[in-house]
Structures are given as structure tokens and as C-alpha cells.
Design a protein around this ligand. Structure first.
Ligand code: CUA
Length: 151
């Protein structure tokens, strides 16, 4: 008799567990507006906008810079954007966690595999800005950098 009780208890537990897993998976698959977008890190090269990394003009005052991070560099290797315009950085990683950190600015993006991160920034003076990786990502971490030319 007790065995039957435990069997029912076990089945109920399993149902509860599976419901939780299901709800969690659903929540992750359906990111609410304003949340982080998801991407398959294995398919970065085929997934827009990362199939074409680089600078794109969105409208008169807005540019988007699409960046793919991978140990130990960024694609594109060189970025040129105008001063005084809104620049939206959009990034993801193909392998491990990196950062896209623009020195002398407030831009310090975590670049996470499986996620798409955005950051908006307007440069107020022209010049060359160094971009470094702030997250330890392996033996080449200290060499992982690129440059932004603001014209
Ligand atoms: Cu990439 Cu450290």
C-alpha cells in the first residue's frame, strides 16, 4: 500500500518538475521586449545582422555597428564612425564571454555567446578610440583589441 503512495508521489513530483522545466524553457525562448535577444552561437555567421559585420547607416543621425567577438579579436577589425551621431553597437560572441570596452567612454559591453547585446553611444569628439576586452577569455586575452576611428 505504501509503495502505491510513493509511486503516486513520484509521478506528481515528475509532473511538477517537467512543468517547471517547460515554463523556464518557454520564458527563455520568448524574450520580452527590451530583454536580451538570443542567438545560436554556432550559427552567428548565417544569422542577420552578424552575417555582415560592420558599420551601417540606419538614418540621418543613427548608425549601427555590428560586431562579432571571437578569441582573440573582433570582426570588423577596424571601425570608422562619425562624431555627434548616435552609434548603436550590436554584438555577440562565437565562443566565450568577451567584452567590448571603449576606453575613455562609458561603453563596456559584455559580449556573451548565445546573446545579442546592444549599446548606444554618441562620441562628442573625433579621434582614435581603443577598444579592449575586459573579460578574461584565454591565452590571447591581453592582445584582444581593436580601434574605432571617430571622424
Ligand atoms: Cu576576449 Cu578577453
Amino acid at each position: 500500500k505504501y509503495e502505491k503512495v510513493w509511486l503516486i508521489f513520484g509521478i506528481l513530483s515528475l509532473i511538477v518538475f517537467l512543468s517547471i522545466v517547460g515554463v523556464t524553457a518557454f520564458a527563455h525562448g520568448h524574450t520580452p521586449a527590451g530583454g536580451m535577444d538570443v542567438i545560436d552561437p554556432e550559427k552567428v555567421d548565417e544569422t542577420a545582422p552578424f552575417n555582415e559585420p560592420g558599420v551601417k547607416q540606419i538614418d540621418k543621425d543613427t548608425y549601427e555597428v555590428v560586431i562579432v567577438a571571437q578569441a582573440f579579436g573582433y570582426n570588423p577589425a577596424k571601425i570608422s564612425v562619425p562624431v555627434g551621431k548616435e552609434i548603436i553597437f550590436t554584438s555577440t560572441s562565437k565562443d566565450v564571454v568577451h567584452s567590448f570596452t571603449i576606453e575613455e567612454t562609458k561603453v563596456n559591453m559584455m559580449v556573451v555567446p548565445g546573446r545579442i547585446t546592444h549599446k548606444s553611444y554618441t562620441f562628442d569628439k573625433p579621434g582614435n578610440y581603443l577598444v579592449i576586452c575586459n573579460e578574461y577569455c584565454g591565452t590571447g586575452h591581453h592582445f584582444m583589441q581593436t580601434e574605432i576611428e571617430v571622424y
